[in-house]
Each structure stands twice: as C-alpha cells, then as structure tokens.
Design a protein around this ligand. Sequence first.
Ligand SMILES: Cc1cc2nc3c(=O)[nH]c(=O)nc-3n(C[C@H](O)[C@H](O)[C@H](O)COP(=O)(O)OP(=O)(O)OC[C@H]3O[C@@H](n4cnc5c(N)ncnc54)[C@H](O)[C@@H]3O)c2cc1C
Length: 456
Amino acid sequence: MADSYDVIVIGGGPGGYVAAIRAAQLGKKTAVVEKDKAGGRCLNYACIPAKTVLHTAEVYDAAVNGEHLGVKVEGASIDWDALGQRRASVSQTLSSGVEMLWKKNEVEFIAGEASLDSDANVVVGEETYEAGAVILATGSVALPIPGVEFGDRVVDTWGAWSLAERPQKIAVAGAGASGSEIASAYGRFGTEVLLIEMVDQILPLEDPDLAKVVARAFKKQNIDVRTGTKVEKVEAGEGSVTLTLGDDQVEVDYLCIAGGRAPDVEALNLEAAGVKLSEDGGRIEIDDYQRTSNEKVFAIGDIVRGPALAHKASEEGVIAAETIAGAETHPIDVALVPGATFCHPQVASVGMTEAEAKQAGHDVKVGRFKLGGVGASAVYDDREGIVKIVADSEYGEILGAHIVGNRACDMISELVDVMALEGGYQELARIIHPHPTISEAVLDAARAVDGWATHA
Ligand SMILES: Cc1cc2nc3c(=O)[nH]c(=O)nc-3n(C[C@H](O)[C@H](O)[C@H](O)COP(=O)(O)OP(=O)(O)OC[C@H]3O[C@@H](n4cnc5c(N)ncnc54)[C@H](O)[C@@H]3O)c2cc1C
C-alpha cells in the first residue's frame, strides 16, 4: 500500500479542485488524482477556452462595427494563430493557478487515472492509496448523435473551440448553451453558421421571452437558425461534411455536435466498490450531502443530478468536504443554481420560468423591463434585452429571474442572492442600485411587477 490520506479526490476540475482545497482547509490530509490537467475540462477544454474565444469575438465585433462610436479600424482581421495561442495560454495560466492553490493548501497532486478497489481505496497504476473518504469528481464526456461518430470534420464542442482554421461554413447541432455560444462566436468572426435545434426554440431550457431576443440578435450575426429540425444523416468527407435536414441537404466545412454529455465513470470500477448509479441514465446516486451508496464515497459535479455547471460542481465539492470533516454544512439548493450562457446577447436565469411557475400552481405576477430603458444601455451602445422577474402574488416571493442582454451573466447573481436570502420583489424594488449601470434594469423590473417601473 502506498501513502494513505484522509480524503482522496478523483478528478481535478472545478468540483474536485475546490473539494480538495476545502478538505485541506478543514485539516484533512488530502490528495487529488487527475489523469490530465489541473482545473479539469472546465478550465482546459470547456468554459474557459470558450469564453476566451468569445471575448475575442466581442472585441473584433466592436472593432469592425465601432465607427459610430468614434473607433475607426481599417482592415481589422482575426489572427487565428494568435487567438489559439491566447486561448491556450489563458487555460495554462489558470491550470497552473489551481496547482499553486493545491500546493499552498498542502494538497498532494497524484498524476494518473484512478479507480476504486472493493474497499473503496484508490488504485492509480501499480499503486493503491488508502483513503478515509473518497470524492468522485470525474466530470462528463461529449456524446455524438446516434449513428454519427466524431472525426476530423464532425467535432465536439472542444473540437469547435480549437479548430486550426476559421471555417467558411459551420453547422452546429444543438442550440443549448454551448451550441449557442459556438454559433455566436463564429458568426461574429464572419463564418456562415447554421444552428440546428430539434425543438422549436433555441436555448430550450430558457424562458421563451429570452430565447426570442437571442434568435433576433443571431440573425444579425451570420447565423441561420433552424428550430424544429433534426439532423437525419451525416456524411463526412475529406474537406467537408454533408448533412441531411428533412428535404434539405447542406454542405459545410465542419459539423459541431453540441448536444448531450455522459458522466465519465467507466474507469472508476464503481460496481466493485458498491457505488450505485441512478436508474434515470447513469449518473451516480447521492443523498443531500453528496454521499453515495458506499458511505465512504462521495460524488459531485457532472456525474450527479442537477445541471452540468462548474459553479454547481464547486459548491457540491465544498459540501462533500465539509460533510467528511464533520463541519457545519448545508445541502445544495438545485433550484438556486443559476444558468449562464455567454453568447451575444448573454442569457442568465435562475429558478422557474413563467410557464413552470404557473404549472407548479403559483398565482404568478411578472415584472418585465427592457434594458434599453436605463441610461447605461445607451452609454454602452447595447440596448437589446430584458429582465423578467416571476413572482408569487401572495407574499411576493421571487420564483424565477431571467435576463437577456449586456452583462446578464454578472447581473443574475443579485437575483440569486435575493432569492437565497428569501427576499421578495418588493424589497428588491427598494434596494439602491449604482448609476449608470445596467443593473438599474433589475431595479425597474422589480418595480414593474407592481407597475411602477420608473423608466418604462
Ligand atoms: C463547451 C462547454 C462550455 C461550458 N461552459 C460553461 C460555463 O461557461 N459555465 C459553467 O458553469 N459550466 C460550463 N460548462 C460545463 C462545465 O464544464 C462542467 O459542468 C464542469 O466542468 C464540471 O466540473 P467537474 O469538476 O464535474 O468535471 P470536469 O471539469 O469534467 O473535470 C473532471 C476531471 O476529472 C478527470 N478524470 C476523469 N476520470 C478520471 C479518473 N478515472 N482518474 C483521474 N482523473 C479523472 C478528467 O481528466 C477531468 O480533468 C461548459 C461545458 C462545455 C462542454
């Protein structure tokens, strides 16, 4: 037997790296096993590279379309190699930062692929590490659509964010958060984008009012949106790929499949360790404190229920570590996990949509406010968007909040805070917001619930 630890975390993504730091902060001798890079898929292949490239799309768009702001740029172009280098270097910097935090907190980094043995100790290569407790944080992997394989021309989301060239034409299958981000970046780079979605709304999980604003904006970004459309056949050739969409055939340089993901649990040897999967599709079954069916083993992040989001994984890591250490903690409230999509315009939401709230039996009141009403949106030259607050009419409890537009992903935090602290829309309507900021639209949306928005 190699070294023994109080806590061994398998997977160094936003779930695992945070769990390890919290366990170490609470005095536990802790190690993380990671088969690839510190920071996991989020920092190296998903959230961070995506947002880095999206930022370049935003800067490029401002350069090309900024003449009316007094910025005249002649011959603006994208240096694809420089963009790729920056994308890689941002991830590298953040990944090194995670390693530094582990070192600072005396968390041991064990490189390699881990599995469990029947005592739920951790096996890496030839070594077995004894563990007081194990936290599984192995994340998820991309799934192609049935009958289609990934390859040079049919890529997953990481493939789309790391293309060696800027394509002339790209098709994106799946208009959820990832697919919409890819479409919005490439569209603004000047690529012809075909965004295909099976159901009749892009961003299918979002309130339809928000999705409509995004669909309108996408038309101005070289994006041809096809909702209610299924990719029926995919034929990949040397330099292109042909898709059959109903009666239509389309040839593009690349197809990105931005659809489903599956938990990455195959290597873990879960059955031998007595860790059960849920019946609804292979995620690991857990209780409110992230405990699995083996009392020594915990699971967090994309491999357990709830939305597959980095910030949810991190909070679950904190809960698992605190539970193991016997510290005071509280279960995650999945209903308060905000969603954030960084396409242009940004989309962010928390809680129930208007339709969901009605379906759940609430007597619903809605406050809707257009971002264009506040001064800051004129200052920042970005007037498209709305804030929508869904409240229960009895006491004013905020059931859901939905924002589309400039800085939506930052602004949603305020709504999450109010909901978490059980404030109502009436309190939010009296909280002073700094001027001139887009956040003043949140204030007016809260006032709009009772019909007294100032700038409507
Ligand atoms: C393109 C894209 C963009 C996204 N953007 C966002 C975003 O903007 N915001 C957001 O909140 N979420 C975003 N997500 C979702 C987010 O990436 C995930 O929810 C998050 O990474 C989950 O964190 P995790 O810790 O569970 O797993 P991961 O980040 O997947 O990390 C798991 C780690 O475990 C390692 N591992 C797996 N098996 C083993 C093993 N047996 N032994 C050792 N190591 C192992 C893997 O190598 C990996 O490094 C995005 C996802 C995609 C695909």
